[in-house]
Design a protein around this ligand. Structure first.
Ligand code: HCA
Ligand code: CU
Length: 460
């Protein structure tokens, strides 16, 4: 049965400019466990006192997943892993010529003895051991087989085939893993594939097909440089391509958002599975097809991931999608009116970057000559305000705080000085509010963004 080891807390925290707090790590671990990953690599306890604390606390949560500590092949590192109360330690030590010579200053035979000695030490402490030959993909294959088999004899029951620089292609990964499987003593094989050429997940899947047991992932594909396979993409691929049903698909997006929020590491809109655009359709040809039968442009129902299809309306969109969006707002129009609205949308789209729903409704109002009061519900907006250079920003902030429409005010860096989160009941209230703001002493310029969708602030 295929396994996933998630390393968001170890490899993921190696992402440039990312650090998690201990509590955030505990929350990530719980959420990973909820999704059902088989192993959680909780960190290398030797890195810092807080990493040590996080690994220790995660090990005591009583999660279903096996908790793994990472460690260099040092006695003190392995002892620290033991102190954390984990059941398994990773002993990692490089095997490629360049690493042995440049970093370790060790010959091959010396390296084997060193690795085995540390694995035996971990076994004496009662720990299960995964041995990671770092930079395995650039290691002489015969040496790799030798060092891994000696590691297994010394007590390792897992070998992580690490493509540390992400240099392999899927067909090479397949061949390499197949040969390893044939040549290694009984053990489980993990695949640790870096994404430097964008091939990490493809390589991992190829390795699985060749007989490996486990894929390493991180949430949002974080990690050193370009990271490793994204957890959500991996779970989806295993589900769709290999019929693996043991992971909870519906919580992946929320975990991704949670990690985005606490890490400040934002995913691209076009990222598969969790990206904002992953289930959005735009051109007339596509939206028309999807509205007739989603299977025309969707390989699976986004609902399996707890996500919804979105139809984006702009100058590329045809009548069918526009009529659907209007009818979502309870607006019915004649075929002639619809045609005219679509024409207006095309004109609007040539002049503007984004068409908001409020713009569509306004265009429909203009074309039909009927008042369409469909935004009576709470309307939220973010208003950016530039202050005259001779005015003290704090003075404008004080005035803003007195306005009932203003929920929050922030002094910010950049082109604007203030950002205000504003709550009004409709578009015309928003207009009035902005007029009032513009006439306020000290306000030079405003820029208003209507909030289309507010995402959950916290976890599930
Ligand atoms: C690193 C180590 C590692 C280890 C992988 C593993 C790699 O270079 O930081 O233990 O499976 O990529 O080789 O992340
Ligand atoms: Cu790595």
């Amino acid at each position: 049965m295929v396994e996933i080891l998630d390393s968001t807390l170890r490899e993921g925290e190696q992402t440039p400019y990312v650090n998690f707090l201990v509590d955030e790590k505990l929350e990530i671990a719980r959420k990973l466990d909820h999704i059902g990953v088989d192993m959680i690599e909780a960190g290398d306890p030797s890195v810092s006192p807080k990493v040590f604390q996080a690994v220790k606390e995660i090990a005591s949560l009583g999660l279903k997943a096996e908790i793994v500590a990472h460690s260099l092949a040092t006695r003190s590192g392995i002892a620290k892993a033991k102190e954390c109360g984990v059941g398994r330690v990773v002993v990692f030590y490089p095997t490629s010529k360049i690493h042995l010579e440049a970093k370790m200053n060790k010959g091959e035979d010396e390296a084997i003895e060193y690795v085995c000695e540390h694995i035996r030490y971990a076994r004496e402490l009662g720990l299960k051991v995964r041995y990671t030959p770092e930079d395995a993909s650039r290691t002489d294959f015969e040496f790799l087989v030798r060092v891994c088999n000696r590691a297994i004899e010394a007590g390792a029951d897992r070998i992580s085939f690490a493509d540390t620089l992400g240099i392999l292609q899927p067909h090479e990964m397949y061949e390499r893993v197949k040969a390893l499987r044939e040549r290694l003593l009984p053990c489980k094989i993990d695949l640790h594939c870096h994404n430097d050429y964008g091939l990490a997940l493809a390589n991992a899947l190829a390795g699985l097909r060749a007989g490996a047991d486990c894929i390493h992932t991180t949430v949002n594909g974080m990690g050193e440089r370009t990271g490793i396979p994204d957890l959500s993409e991996t779970v989806l691929a295993l589900h769709q391509f290999m019929g693996v049903n043991k992971y909870e698909l519906r919580h992946l997006t929320e975990l991704s958002s949670y990690v985005e929020r606490i890490s400040g590491f934002f995913i691209a809109p076009n990222k598969p599975v969790t990206g904002m655009n992953a289930f959005s359709h735009k051109s007339g040809v596509h939206t028309n097809g999807v509205l007739k039968d989603p299977r025309t442009y969707e390989n699976f129902d986004p609902a399996i991931l707890g996500r919804e299809r979105r139809i984006v309306i702009d100058k590329y969109t045809g009548k069918r999608a526009v009529a659907m969006r209007l009818s979502e707002y309870g607006v019915e129009v004649s075929p002639e009116e619809l045609e005219a609205i679509v024409e207006e949308i095309k004109r609007f789209g040539d002049e503007h970057k984004i068409l908001h729903d409020a713009d569509i409704v306004e265009l429909a109002e203009r074309v039909t000559g009927r008042m369409i009061d469909v935004f009576p519900r709470d309307l939220n907006a973010i208003v950016m305000i530039a202050v005259e250079s001779h005015v003290y920003t704090g003075a404008v902030v004080r005035r803003l705080k007195n306005l009932k429409q203003v929920a929050n005010v922030y002094e910010i860096t950049g082109e604007y000085d203030i950002s205000a989160y504003v709550k009004v009941s409709n578009v015309s209230d928003l207009n009035n509010f902005i007029e009032e703001l513009r006439s306020m002493p000290g306000v030079k310029l405003t820029d208003t963004r209507i909030v289309l969708k507010k995402h959950a602030e916290n976890g599930w």
